[in-house]
Write a protein that binds this ligand. Structure first.
Ligand code: SAH
Ligand code: SF4
Length: 348
């Protein structure tokens, strides 16, 4: 009898090798099986057409493949696509494909829900159900990549971990998934095309630096004022802006990377010139790029998007301080696919 089945995508290459050797399989089978799992991203052992039937059956008795099954496709009038994934335990997560003329960005989830409770975020209202596995993260990218080809004849150019969940609270699985996305044995995409967005957890940011990561780091700052930030991002209470700054200085020193700040502009909350001044001050300690994000409604009447006039004044101020600023237009709002709107409405 076999003990409980394991997710084969959680095994390293040497663990796959060990298993196959133990079962007297020839050495070339290792590369063959691994290639099916990652490069050909198969979802069932039955798909492994050049693998012998007995081996497929053996794999089937010991393992399962924990992937993400696309269930519902919604297409926005701006061409953004939201894809809902059904997981083995019936949970739902969402991924988004954002196409443009010459590029296609996949935005993927790292957890089912999130327990950090940022007040303006729909995912934060769900609480946390669980972390996603390596395969569940990887297969979201695969499905969005296939969709980009199928619908728009585009190759995936960028991947952002900005969907549901806090990626640094699912550290190991997220890093292993990114490793396979980058590996020649996987999707072979350069880590420079991957951006991880975090709420800003100092201890984990230092760990990223120690692990010498090659992908980009974006921090959802949204305010450089300690009290204000704590007001709408409760996580700031135990992870203060001061400690975040210290971690980012460490990160920049170790990796040499510039830090991206995400700054969501909310009317009357964090969009005054005084707020911009505090932000400019905070940015003095390391090289940064600031992405101004348009607020997307999530039903909380306390939060509304800033007027065009405030956005302009805020951006002009930052530019006058010689900061690199981009204003990011929101996409996919009509299908609740925009930042902060992912909440598995499909589940209902
Ligand atoms: N947990 C991570 C990544 C997921 S959230 C993080 O917080 O960074 C991805 C981005 O969407 C974050 O920058 C987040 O602050 C932003 N966001 C959340 N709610 C939003 C909303 N209502 N409108 C626009 N952006 C929002
Ligand atoms: Fe979680 Fe990010 Fe939403 Fe905050 S913004 S609740 S950290 S997903």
């Amino acid at each position: 009898m076999v003990e409980t089945k394991r997710d084969i995508l959680s095994l390293t290459l040497s663990e796959v090798k060990e298993f196959l050797e133990k079962n007297n399989e020839k050495a070339f089978r290792v590369a063959q099986v691994y290639e099916w799992l990652w490069k050909k991203h198969c979802k069932s052992f039955d798909d492994m057409s050049n693998v012998s039937k007995p081996l497929r059956e053996l794999l089937n008795t010991h393992f399962f493949i924990q992937s993400a099954k696309p269930e519902n496709v919604q297409i926005s009038k701006d061409k953004t696509i939201k894809l809902a994934f059904r997981l083995f335990d019936n949970s739902l997560v969402e991924g988004v494909l954002i196409p443009s003329e010459d590029r296609a960005t996949a935005c993927i989830s790292s957890q089912v829900g999130c327990n950090l409770g940022c007040e303006f975020c729909a995912t934060g209202k769900l609480g946390l159900r669980r972390n996603l596995s390596i395969g569940e993260i990887y297969h979201q990218v695969v499905e969005l990549m296939l969709l980009a080809k199928e619908k728009y004849n585009l190759s995936l150019t960028n991947i952002v971990l900005m969907g549901m969940g806090e990626p640094l609270l699912n550290y190991d699985n997220v890093l292993k998934a990114i490793e396979m996305i980058g590996s020649e044995k996987g999707l072979g995409m350069s880590p420079q095309r991957v951006t991880l967005s975090t709420v800003g957890l100092p201890r984990m940011i230092k760990k990223l630096a120690d692990d010498n990561i090659k992908f980009n780091l974006a921090v959802s700052l949204h305010s450089a004022n300690e009290k204000k930030r704590t007001d709408f991002m409760p996580v700031n209470e135990r992870n203060s802006l001061e400690s975040l700054k210290e971690a980012l200085i460490y990160f920049n020193k170790k990796t040499g990377q510039r830090i991206t700040f995400e700054y969501l502009l909310m009317n009357g909350i964090n969009d005054s010139i005084a707020d911009a001044k505090e932000l400019a001050e905070y940015c003095k300690s390391f090289p940064v790029k600031i992405n101004i994000i348009e607020f997307n409604s999530t039903g909380n009447p306390k939060f509304n998007k800033s007027s065009a006039k405030s956005v302009d004044a805020f951006v002009s101020f930052l530019k006058s301080r010689n900061l690199v600023v981009n204003v990011r237009r929101s996409r996919g709002q009509d299908i609740d696919a925009a930042c902060g709107q992912l909440a598995g409405k499909n589940a209902k």
